[in-house]
Design a protein around this ligand. Structure first.
Ligand SMILES: C[S@@+](CC[C@H](N)C(=O)[O-])C[C@H]1O[C@@H](n2cnc3c(N)ncnc32)[C@H](O)[C@@H]1O
Length: 207
């Protein structure tokens, strides 16, 4: 933690993640959310306008105080009650089988141990609950991957610990989920190294 990560990164995230090109993806990820929802890496609340009518409450997990402050207007306009209920996706302060759904958008790139966070999400989801995600990660093409590995150290430094080289579908499966829907593609208007997206819905594998 320091001035750059506390004061600059949340503002960069608010602007870069708030670009209009992310909106259709947020809308897509939020479709079908219902009941009690936990959102990992809530940031500045950019998903709030897209929560559908069936959502009863949102438990937001976000370490950055400034992200939460930047969410103020969106929180005030939100139809859904939102509580900042946790600070670290790797250790969620909720009992097992609490939530109907979980949401993660552009977050698994940044959490230091994304596998641990996904296992925590699995633990707090009810049986049959759904994890909805939009994440960027390791590209399908070798040429793009080489660039991702080259620039990953710079990206991690300037973008608050964001990794470009995480294999998101593999992380989700390895945490004990079955992926029910998955779309992988390059986001239009974004350099391929940063825009290799995985959009999907996963359910905990029983047992
Ligand atoms: C690129 S931003 C995305 C923010 C938001 N999900 C969005 O779509 O606009 C990554 C977010 O993950 C949060 N984050 C970092 N470490 C985390 C952790 N251990 N647990 C939960 N969130 C974390 C950051 O503070 C930041 O808000």
């Amino acid at each position: 933690m320091g001035f750059y990560s506390d004061q600059v990164v949340p503002r960069l995230v608010n602007v870069s993640c708030g670009m209009s090109l992310t909106r259709p993806l947020r809308e897509r990820a939020c479709a079908g959310l219902h009941g009690r929802v936990v959102e990992i890496g809530f940031g500045s609340g950019l998903n709030l306008p897209f929560y559908p009518a069936g959502v009863d409450s949102v438990s937001a997990v976000e370490p950055a105080d400034l992200g939460w402050k930047l969410a103020r207007d969106r929180l005030a306009a939100s139809r859904v009650p939102v509580e900042r209920a946790g600070l670290d996706g790797q250790s969620l302060p909720f009992p097992d089988n609490t939530f109907d759904c979980a949401l993660s958008t552009w977050t698994m790139c940044t959490i230091p141990d994304a596998g641990a966070a996904l296992r925590e999400v699995r633990r707090v989801l009810k049986p049959g609950g759904t994890l909805h995600f939009v994440e960027h990660g390791l590209a399908p093409d070798e040429k793009v991957r080489r660039w991702q590995h080259r620039i990953d150290p710079i990206q991690k430094t300037v973008a608050g610990g964001c990794h470009l080289t995480r294999d998101i579908p593999a992380l989700v499966r390895n945490a004990g989920f079955e992926i029910r829907e998955l779309d992988t593609f390059y986001e239009k208007g974004t350099p391929k190294a940063m825009g290799a997206l995985a959009v999907g819905v996963a359910v905990p594998v029983p047992g």
